[in-house]
Each structure stands twice: as structure tokens, then as C-alpha cells.
Design a protein around this ligand. Structure first.
Ligand code: MSP
Length: 468
């Protein structure tokens, strides 16, 4: 039987168009999904939209649009951009989907019936940008550091989910890596947060907010948007909310998230699952943010790099490559248009481009049957640790070596002077290029396909290295 691999991205807020940060996670998820497919696994890749809550209601109002129409339009923009980036997801979940809403209601009713949700009151500082209550110590000069806005002091009647009683169990699951938070420093960060205080119970409803899923046991309240959103990871597999009917792809193998949403993913999300008695995700992989010129991208600063701009300048595979090689996956990475252009010229136009054009041009003079790469590489370590940028570094190292091999041997001269040596060297080089095209499949699928076509080695079985 095939191994299964289920991977998710966060679902994106449907309040504005997709930006480079969204593309970063989604391209990474696509690369991982393709990598796992090449391992002959049964892959399910889920992405989608987070369409309820205050922030979206306000954004729709600002444009005087009906919220459903508003989110429908934004959802289309996301789908279009994913298509342009050659993202092959298996499902695009939307939280306004009636089936998702029904499942959310079923889940809340179940937890309520178990006595883990109770009516109370919550007082706190609410940041609409984060759609979260913030602790004083999370603010900088009284403002939310992520949104640069002063959170609103609110006090309202709401339903609360019990947390404290589950906290020790959650800590154990994180410590033992049964619920693995990675890279390591993010695990430490979560553990120190969980160990240093007894967490307050979580508010799971909003009273005066219309744009949400009504609570099944109190229609005056709608479901807190994060609770609604988290359940997408299960409803996106077609789950109907019944605890006895868990989809076969569960538990999720890898959840990719940005560091700003780590805390909620490491608290509210597993707490819901623990109350339901459902297995926790296997790996929560946290990546850093993309910065532009050392700063968060912002229209006011004028340092925004858009997906469209990248696509126009670097093409689909160029954009995918530049995003995945921008820096260590996990850390913050800093990009500027200038540096991206330099890297594009050095690695793609010159590095890969030169190798491809020289080998293919000279290959027309060679009989290339059954040529196989001589070099195989073991990517297991980087693959297991999800170090996508490391895999690319290794590939580009080889590209550099292969280009040097061409320069050292000057096959265009051998073609005239020593036919036998020319054939021998060219077969080696064709094998090298074939290997490169194979390794590039998950990252740059179109380019990989083009190289294979040009080498006419399409019939050769896929050679992508097996990872033990
Ligand atoms: N809707 C919630 C997620 C719910 S998941 C159950 C949300 N949406 S978001 O649209 O604001 O952000 C989605 C993802 O984009 C997050 O992982 C966030 O870290 C990521 N990014 C947003 N800006 C980013 C960068 N500048 N760089 C990299 N990723 C960033 O949060």
C-alpha cells in the first residue's frame, strides 16, 4: 500500500488580494506535495480561504459590497494566481461553503455536549488584524506589532472553551514530538509560553458579529473565526464533523504556517482536537516572514514586491525558484527587486541557462540512447527537515560543476578534433543535465519538462532519487 502524505497551507483571509507572503507558503507546499508524489506517495494538498470574521466584514463594508460577493471575488483572485504559479492543490476549501459550516456547527455542538464549552464573559484587547485577543506583554507601545494598530478593549458575553485542564497534556505531546513543532526554536518558544502561565480559557464566539457561523446552541452568537478556520484542515478532506468518521488522510503530515500564527496553531487548534479525541497533526512547520529591504512590506514604505511583478520579470519557474531559494526556510528572508534580479541572472540565465543551451546545442550531434546520469544525490536529510533551500543549493552546486566541466573540456573544439572523446564527454554531460532536470521537477516543473523534451529522453523512467 502506498504511504499517504497530507499537507496544508493556512487558509488565507479573504480581505485583500494575494501577496508574496501567501505565495511563499503556497509554493513551498506545492513543492513538498510534488516531492512526495515523486516518492510514489498518495498526496493530498489542501489550501483555501478564511472568509468569515470582523476583518472581512469590515473590508466588505468599506467597499459597500455584500460580504459573500466580496469573498467570492477575492477567492477567484487567489485561485487565478495559484494557477499562474502552477500550484496543483487537491482541494481549495472556503469557509463559507455550506458543508464546512454544517461541520463546524456539529463540532461545536459535540464539544458543548461534552461540557467543554460554557457561557461566560471575556474581557480583553482585541486586534481585528490578527482576529485575536492580545496580552499586554505582546504589544509594543500599546500597539499590535504585526498591524501597528491599538487593539480595542472589549468586554462581551461569549462562550468559552476549557483550556487549563488540557494544558499539561498538550505540553507533553509537544515535548515528545508526537505533535512536532519545527524548526526547534519554535518548539522552544511555544513550550516556554505554555509552561510559564496557566492559559485563560478561549473565547469561541462573538456576540455582535453577523458574518460568521451561528452557534448551534445559541443563535445570538457566531463562531470565533479562528475556530471556524482551523476546522478547514479536516473539512477540506470532506469531513462532516462526525468524530467517528475521520478521513483516511488524517492525521495531517505537514502543516506549513508563518511564525505570526504559530501560537494559535499550537494552542487553540490542538486543544479543539484534544477535546474531540482526534489525533494531533504530525508536523507543524513554521517559516519566517519575507521582508523587503529589511522591513515588512507596506504600501506606505513603498517596498512592496508583488507576485505579478515577479511573474512578469522572472516567469513562473523563475518566481518559484527565487522564492524557494530566498533564504533558509524557517528564518525571515529579506528580498529586494535588485537582489532578485541579480540572482535570476546568475543562477537561472547564466547557471542553469548556460548549461541547458550548451548541452542541448551540442547534443544534436550525439546519439543519445539510454543515457543515464552518473551522479545520484541523497537528499534525505534536507527532505526530512524540510530544508527546501538546501536542496536547491546542492543542485546549483552541481550546475556550477557541470558548467566548469564544459569549459574545461571545450566539447565544441573536440567535435572537430576528436570525435570519440566528444561523444564520451557529451554523454556524460547529457546525463548530468538529465539528472538536473529530474531534481528540478518539484521546484520548476515546466523547465524540467522542457529540458527532458529537448533531450528527447522522455521515455526514460523518472529517476528522482528515492528517499529512505
Ligand atoms: N486566516 C489566517 C490563517 C488561518 S489558518 C487556519 C491568516 N491568514 S493570512 O492571510 O493573514 O496569512 C496567512 C499566512 O501568510 C500566514 O502563515 C502568514 O504567516 C503568511 N504571511 C503573511 N505575510 C507574510 C510575509 N510577509 N512573509 C511570509 N509569510 C507571511 O493568518
Amino acid at each position: 500500500m502506498k504511504n499517504k502524505f497530507y499537507i496544508t497551507t493556512p487558509i488565507y483571509y479573504a480581505n485583500a488580494k494575494p501577496h508574496i507572503g501567501h505565495a511563499y507558503t503556497t509554493v513551498a507546499a506545492d513543492v513538498l506535495a510534488r516531492l512526495h508524489k515523486l516518492q510514489d506517495e498518495e498526496v493530498f494538498f489542501l489550501t483555501g480561504m478564511d472568509e468569515h470574521g470582523d476583518k472581512i466584514q469590515k473590508a466588505a463594508e468599506a467597499q459597500r459590497k455584500d460580504p459573500q460577493k466580496f469573498v467570492d471575488e477575492i477567492g477567484e483572485e487567489f485561485k487565478n494566481i495559484w494557477e499562474k504559479l502552477n500550484i496543483k492543490y487537491d482541494n481549495f476549501i472556503r469557509t463559507t461553503d455550506p458543508k464546512h459550516k454544517e461541520a463546524v456547527q456539529k463540532v461545536l455542538q459535540t464539544i458543548f455536549d461534552k461540557g467543554a464549552i460554557y457561557k461566560g464573559e471575556y474581557e480583553g484587547l482585541y486586534c481585528t488584524g490578527c482576529e485575536q485577543f492580545k496580552n499586554e506583554n505582546e504589544l509594543a507601545d500599546g500597539k499590535c506589532p504585526d498591524h501597528d494598530t491599538i487593539p480595542e478593549k472589549t468586554r462581551e458575553e461569549c462562550y468559552l472553551l476549557k483550556l487549563a485542564e488540557i494544558q499539561p497534556k498538550l505540553i507533553k505531546k509537544i515535548e515528545s514530538d508526537e505533535f512536532k513543532i519545527t524548526p526547534e526554536r519554535y518548539k522552544s518558544e511555544v513550550l516556554s509560553f505554555l509552561k510559564n502561565q496557566e492559559l485563560k480559557d478561549i473565547s469561541v464566539s462573538r456576540k455582535n458579529l453577523k458574518w460568521g457561523v451561528p452557534l448551534p446552541f445559541d443563535a445570538e452568537h457566531t463562531t470565533y473565526v479562528w475556530v471556524d478556520a482551523f476546522l478547514n484542515y479536516l473539512t477540506g478532506l470532506g469531513w462532516d464533523g462526525d468524530e467517528n468518521n475521520i478521513p483516511k488522510q488524517w492525521p495531517v503530515d505537514v502543516q506549513l504556517i508563518g511564525k505570526d500564527i504559530l501560537r494559535v496553531h499550537a494552542t487553540i487548534w490542538p486543544v479543539i482536537l484534544l477535546h474531540l479525541g482526534i489525533k494531533l497533526p504530525k508536523i507543524l512547520f513554521t517559516h519566517g516572514h519575507i521582508l523587503s529591504g529589511g522591513k515588512k512590506m507596506s504600501k506606505t514604505i513603498g517596498n512592496v514586491i508583488s507576485i505579478e511583478e515577479m511573474l512578469e520579470k522572472f516567469g513562473v519557474d523563475g518566481t518559484r525558484y527565487l522564492l524557494m531559494s530566498a533564504g533558509t526556510f524557517g528564518d525571515d528572508v529579506d528580498i529586494t527587486m535588485e537582489r532578485l534580479t541579480e540572482k535570476y541572472n546568475a543562477d537561472l540565465a547564466n547557471g542553469l541557462g548556460n548549461l541547458v543551451s550548451r548541452v542541448i546545442k551540442l547534443a544534436t550531434d550525439v546519439k543519445c540512447e539510454n543515457i543515464k546520469p552518473e551522479i545520484t544525490v541523497d537528499f534525505s536529510e534536507s527532505f526530512k527537515e524540510i530544508k527546501l533551500d538546501d536542496i536547491l543549493l546542492v543542485i546549483w552546486n552541481f550546475i556550477g560543476q557541470y558548467n566548469k566541466e564544459i569549459e574545461d573540456n571545450k566539447p565544441w573544439e573536440l567535435l572537430k578534433s576528436d570525435r570519440e572523446k566528444f561523444e564520451k564527454i557529451m554523454k556524460r554531460l547529457i546525463g548530468h543535465l538529465y539528472g538536473v532536470s529530474d531534481w528540478l521537477q518539484p521546484f520548476m516543473p515546466e523547465t524540467s519538462e522542457k529540458i527532458k523534451k529537448a533531450l528527447k529522453t522522455k521515455e526514460t523512467p523518472m529517476l528522482f532519487p528515492r528517499i529512505k
